[in-house]
Design a protein around this ligand. Structure first.
Ligand SMILES: Cc1ncc(COP(=O)(O)O)c(C=O)c1O
Length: 406
């Protein structure tokens, strides 16, 4: 057996490599009033870790719980790690690098989780995957489904951003808009798999999503010359991406390839900061999320408890930024680094900018830092309305050129 499951709350071990979602005991306590319990963690066997330790170069495949057979049909990474010297000269942190996960096939980090869930489905003889999403996860799963010939059933709140929905329709998924919230879509997707079978890919429900997401840390380890960075800024809503980032470094540490985890820094909008509050207060309570950064707008984070635990385990901290800071960060990334990112992704850069002084005090100006940019700005141009306008057309004459002031 390549792995077993461990409950992230009660610690109970499940010696099984069958499909499991939540810890049956802990999930019974969930009442929707506080962060839910019972997320399972995949624990790789010593044998898998030993094999990874002996390799000169590791790839995510060495750390996946499933043997992957379709990586050529839907390659994940290696995404670019940019230097962005113009940005670094402003922060004074010259060893900051920008990880461009917007370059994944569907334009967001979510390809990482979707790809592994597809491998999970195929290895269990399933061809049908259901999920709920407000955008990127749905688009990512639909893209993988198109490439591997799987049926994707996507439940979405009817108010979800149109570009992200259209992307899933174009990939050929069965898109089911729901007259309700993301939570309603979540419950309906679970009802669907209960009635009709197939795999459920919901984040903070299917533990393989975290296993797919951890691939980024394995990639970073090799890209940085077989070491972890000192700190990594991650945009956070539900807390699944940050948990995936942490899990990758935890597995590298268990394999004896790194000595300690990087400081994992939770970057949130101050209008959607449930995880930051829980980290500081120890109370796992919802907030009323209102941020314009739709992918990180979350009132009751689905993976909040695990996220808080991993931020603590990595000796990390939380940074909150305003929506204005997020949009300005998005503009700065575009104008001074050529990086077009969606608001959720720009939140990581906004947090890094705000925290740069603190980081220098803690780790020194030579610290090796990674800012994780999780999604492309092409999916949400409407965010710039009122901030940036297209210039008016000039007459098609030489005189008109002569009047230009730049
Ligand atoms: C582009 C992007 N960045 C960040 C996040 C936040 O991830 P999580 O909700 O797992 O914290 C998401 C989630 O949808 C996303 O799509």
């Amino acid at each position: 057996m390549r792995f077993r499951y461990v409950c992230s709350d009660c610690g109970k071990i499940y010696e099984s490599d069958e499909i499991m979602y939540l810890c049956p005991a802990c999930s019974k306590q969930n009442d929707g009033k506080t962060f839910s319990k019972g997320s399972l963690i995949v624990e790789l066997s010593e044998e898998v870790l030993k094999k990874a330790r002996s390799k000169e170069h590791v790839t995510p495949e060495d750390f996946y719980p499933y043997e992957t057979r379709h990586s050529k049909e839907f390659p994940i990474g290696v995404t670019p790690l940019l230097e962005a010297k113009r940005l670094n000269s402003k922060s004074g942190l010259k060893n900051t690098l920008y990880k461009l996960d917007s370059q994944l096939i569907s334009g967001s980090f979510k390809d990482r989780a979707s790809y592994l869930v597809a491998e999970q489905a195929i290895s269990h003889g399933e061809r049908r995957i259901a999920l709920a999403s407000t955008g990127n996860a749905g688009a990512a799963m639909s893209a993988v489904g198109a490439a591997l010939g799987l049926d994707i059933i996507l439940f979405v709140p009817e108010s979800a951003p149109i570009n992200k929905l259209m992307q899933s329709v174009l990939y050929g998924a069965h898109v089911v808009p729901v007259k309700g919230s993301y939570d309603d879509a979540f419950s309906l997707s679970i009802e669907y798999t209960r009635r009709f079978g197939g795999i459920n890919r919901n984040t903070a429900y299917n533990p393989m999503t975290i296993e797919g997401k951890k691939s980024i840390s394995i990639e970073l380890f090799e890209q940085l010359g077989r070491r972890a960075p000192d700190a990594i800024y991650v945009p956070v809503g539900d807390g699944c991406i940050i948990a995936g980032v942490a899990k990758g470094f935890i597995d590298l540490k268990r394999a004896g390839l790194i000595d300690k985890l990087p400081h994992i820094i939770c970057s949130q909008s101050d209008q959607s900061d449930a995880i930051s509050r829980a980290f500081e207060s120890g109370d796992y309570l919802p907030v009323k999320a209102t941020t314009r950064a739709d992918s990180i707008s979350v009132s009751l984070p689905a993976n909040g408890r695990m996220a808080v635990r991993y931020i603590k385990e990595s000796d990390g901290w939380c940074v909150r930024v305003s929506d204005d800071e997020i949009i300005n960060a998005e503009l700065e990334l575009a104008r001074e680094a050529g990086i077009l990112s969606e608001p959720a992704a720009a939140c990581a850069y906004a947090a890094y900018k705000k925290d740069a002084g603190n980081l220098k005090n803690k780790l020194g100006e030579d610290a090796s830092v990674v800012v994780l940019l999780t999604g492309t700005g092409f999916k949400d141009m409407a965010v710039f309305e009122g901030k940036v306008a297209l210039p008016k057309a000039i007459e098609a004459t030489k005189e008109a050129v002569g009047k230009l002031s730049f």
